[in-house]
Design a binder for this molecule. Structure first.
Ligand code: MRU
Length: 359
C-alpha cells in the first residue's frame, strides 16, 4: 500500500443516496475491513459509543453527516415540530461520548445551520446541512495537512518519536494529527522511526496506528505501554507526539488514557512532549483540565475484551477511565493548523485565536 492509500483512505462518508452515513468499522481492524451503512439514530449512537467511529475529529465529522441524514428522515412539516425532533436527536448523539469536544462542537455548528435556514423551504435547509457537513469534512482535511507540516518542522531526519493511541487518518480525515508528520516525512524521503504504544485497553496503537504506519511503509515498532520508560532511558526517543480530545484554555490536554503518564516520563528524561490537534479540539469555554469530563467505560474492556479467556476473576473490581489530562506544564507545545503554540498557552492562544479567546 502507498502512503496516499493510507492517508486518503475513507473512514466516513455520506451514503450515495444521502440518506445514510457509511463508516469503516474500526473495531474490526486490523483483521477485517468492513463498511457499515447507518441510517438510524440508534445505530449512529452505537457506532460512536462502541468506537466503530472514533478519534475526536472523526466523531465530529461523522456527527455532522449523521445530523444531515437524520434531518432528511424527519418528516414534521412545520419548523417548530421539525426543530424539536432535530434537537432531540442532536442531544441524543451528543450523549454517546463525553470527552472529545468535537462532537458537541460540530453538533452546535449544524444546529446553527438549521436555525439560519428556519424560514426557507425544507429542501433548502436539508441541502444546507449536507453542504455544512461536507465543509466540516473538507476543513478537517486542510487542518490535518497544516498540522502535519508544523509537526514535521519539529523533527529532523533520523529522529525517533513515541506516540500513543491513534491520531492518524482513521481518527481524522487524511494524514491525521499526531501521526500526520510521519506520513509527510515518508513522502518527503525523511526517515523517522515511530515507537507505537499499544494503548491498553482498547489497543488503538496496536490495532490502528501500527496498522496504518506499516501499510504506509513508515518505520515503526510496537511496544506495550509499560515499555515507554525503557526506550526513553536508552536514549531512543527524541520527542513525544500525541493527539487531543479536548484542550482547555490554559493548555491542559485530555487525550487517551496513558498520555499523561507518558508526558510525566518524558519530563523526567527531558524529552519534549507535543500535543497535535485542530483548533476545533480547543474548548475555549473550558478553563482547565479539571473541568474536562472524563469518560468511564465498561470494566470488561480490561478483563475480557481482546482475550480468549477472562484475565481476571469476574468479581474483580476495575476502574476504566478512557482519557486522562496532561498538565500544560508538561507540554513543550500544542501544534494546531495555525501554528505551534508554546507556553504560556493561555497568552499564546489569545494571540493565535483572538476571535475565540476574546469572545
Ligand atoms: O477513544 P478514542 O479512540 O476515540 O480516543 C482517541 C484519542 O484519544 C485520540 O488521540 C484523539 O481523539 C485525537 S484523534 C486525532
Amino acid at each position: 500500500m502507498s502512503v496516499e492509500a493510507v492517508t486518503h483512505a475513507v473512514n466516513v462518508r455520506l451514503g450515495d443516496d444521502e440518506r445514510s452515513v457509511v463508516v469503516l468499522d474500526q473495531t474490526l481492524l486490523p483483521n477485517e475491513t468492513k463498511y457499515l451503512t447507518l441510517t438510524t439514530a440508534e445505530s449512529m449512537w452505537e457506532a460512536i459509543f462502541s468506537l466503530r467511529v472514533r478519534g475526536a475529529p472523526c466523531i465530529g465529522i461523522f456527527a455532522a453527516y449523521a445530523m444531515a441524514v437524520l434531518a432528511k428522515a424527519t418528516p414534521e412539516p412545520d419548523f417548530d415540530g421539525f426543530y424539536r425532533e432535530y434537537s432531540r436527536l442532536s442531544e441524543y448523539l451528543n450523549s454517546s461520548r463525553p470527552t472529545a469536544v468535537n462532537l458537541g462542537c460540530m453538533l452546535k455548528r449544524m444546529d446553527g445551520v438549521v436555525l439560519a435556514h428556519r424560514n426557507e423551504p425544507r429542501e433548502a435547509l436539508l441541502a444546507a446541512l449536507i453542504a455544512e457537513a461536507k465543509a466540516i469534512h473538507e476543513e478537517d482535511m486542510a487542518m490535518c495537512r497544516k498540522i502535519s507540516e508544523y509537526g514535521l518542522s519539529l523533527l529532523k531526519d533520523g529522529d525517533n518519536v513515541i506516540t500513543h493511541c491513534n491520531a492518524g487518518p482513521l481518527a481524522t480525515s487524511r494524514y491525521g494529527t499526531a501521526q500526520g508528520p510521519f506520513y509527510l516525512a515518508k513522502e518527503k524521503g525523511m526517515h523517522i522511526h515511530v515507537w507505537v504504544d499499544e494503548t491498553r485497553p482498547l489497543l488503538q496503537g496496536a490495532r490502528l496506528t501500527s496498522y496504518e504506519l506499516t501499510k504506509a511503509g513508515v518505520d515503526c515498532t510496537l511496544i506495550c505501554d509499560n515499555m515507554a520508560n525503557i526506550v526513553m532511558k536508552q536514549g531512543k526517543v527524541q520527542a513525544v507526539f500525541f493527539g487531543c480530545d479536548r484542550i482547555a484554555r490554559n493548555g491542559d490536554v485530555a487525550n487517551k488514557i496513558g498520555s499523561s503518564g507518558l508526558a510525566v516520563l518524558a519530563h523526567y528524561y527531558g524529552i519534549p512532549v507535543y500535543s497535535l490537534g485542530p483548533s476545533t479540539t480547543i474548548d475555549f469555554d473550558c478553563p482547565d483540565g479539571d473541568h474536562i469530563p472524563i469518560e468511564e467505560r465498561n470494566p470488561e474492556e480490561i478483563k475480557t475484551l481482546h482475550y480468549a479467556k477472562s484475565m481476571a476473576l469476574p468479581e474483580v473490581q476495575c476502574y476504566n477511565p478512557a482519557f486522562d489530562v496532561t498538565d500544560h506544564t508538561l507540554l513543550a507545545g500544542i501544534v494546531t493548523e495555525r501554528g505551534i503554540v508554546r507556553p504560556p498557552f493561555a497568552e499564546n492562544f489569545a494571540k493565535l485565536f483572538p476571535e475565540a479567546m476574546n469572545k
